[in-house]
Design a protein around this ligand. Sequence first.
Ligand code: GLC
Length: 429
Amino acid sequence: MIDSRKAFLTAVRAFFLFLLSWSVLGLQSALAVKVVIACGAVGIERQLCIEGAERWASQTGNEVDVIATPESSTERLAMYQLLLRERHDTVDVFQIDVIWPGLLHQWLLDLTPYINDQDAFFPNLVANNTIEDRLIALPWYVDTGLLYYRQDLLQQYGHSVPETWHDLERIALDVQNQQRSRSPDFWGYVWQGSDYEGLTCNIVEWLVSADAGNVVNENQEVTLNNQAAIGALEQAAGWVGQITPSEVLDYREEDARAHFESGNALFMRNWPYAWSLGNREGSAVAGKIGVTVLPRGDNGQSTGALGGWQLGVTQATRHPDEAVDLIRFLTSEAEQRRRTEHGYLPTRSALYEDPSVTGQNPLFEPVGRALENVALRPSSATDRLYKHVSRYLSQETHDVLAGRKTAEAAVESITQRIVDKSLGRYSVQ
Ligand code: GLC
């Protein structure tokens, strides 16, 4: 009798527990929301973003959709401006280039009330993302231009790693000539020469490494029309057809990487993400490559363009709390640590002090050197005009590289167009 009563009570308890868990789960799914994030571009970036976002979704019980974005930064900006300007709520979280805060801030949520560890991020990145006292995006990863080289070929032909652009030219030409008997399609140097934002990064590196300024200074003076700048552009134009195939004038990051990974180039300029991909199984150059800081001009210092991406939330979102929670998760220390192995370098300064992060990773040393003399694109100085400034630069330099215009004519014309676009607010230095 007592036993059957006990069994009855146990069954009743189990039933209530079942009801309770069912209602908790039901409640949770009723509260769960779907957050849409636009992220990923080159290499395995999209896959890494999906992995991170899905981890957040399973931890919080929310859903997440990761939408693909154009690979080119220039095209991506056009898509974002359309979505943000029209106040679409179809995408909640946007991956934002380091040069865009001045262009997009008016449509993005101020994150200040949501974030309490701003100090953990590099202060200059937080400053870059703070417009009119509003923190409009959290820094996600840092990028800079680097020089990749074929360690095996430098050794085979008795060359060391180039320090100046002239060294690079000389070594590239020599190795190219010798390699051609085996590989007729072998070239010395590949980079990003298509007319888009990536070319602007290459240009600013050529300029800053030649001590020729970075186009517009903090006093809104256009500094481009100077002899060092003309010399730097002429030097780059001289590579095309000599050590660089003319196809580079259509190359973006992934084209340069594919060319280098096929084994048909000695040097490549690219971002840190190319390191782990170049060494992965299936790459013809795995285990044969080295990475270092870009060469300097004869009278300049090595540099790398400051690139990198942030995460921001549209003001039009219907789920601000969850969207901010997602970016908090993606920029967390654990996520940044995971992504570092793939060349997505942290924005939290503490990770640079941690030997378990930096110790085995050959990217940190050249990245540190590049950032000591970082080549800033003039996005803070030109704010909303940056998009035009970058377009004039890449368009006209593209003409110089293709042999359609002299470097002298290009710097004069770019300078004039920038001054005109600013309606005379900028002066010529
Ligand atoms: C990289 C950089 C970004 C830059 C882009 C140009 O993604 O991180 O800042 O604008 O390349 O292609």
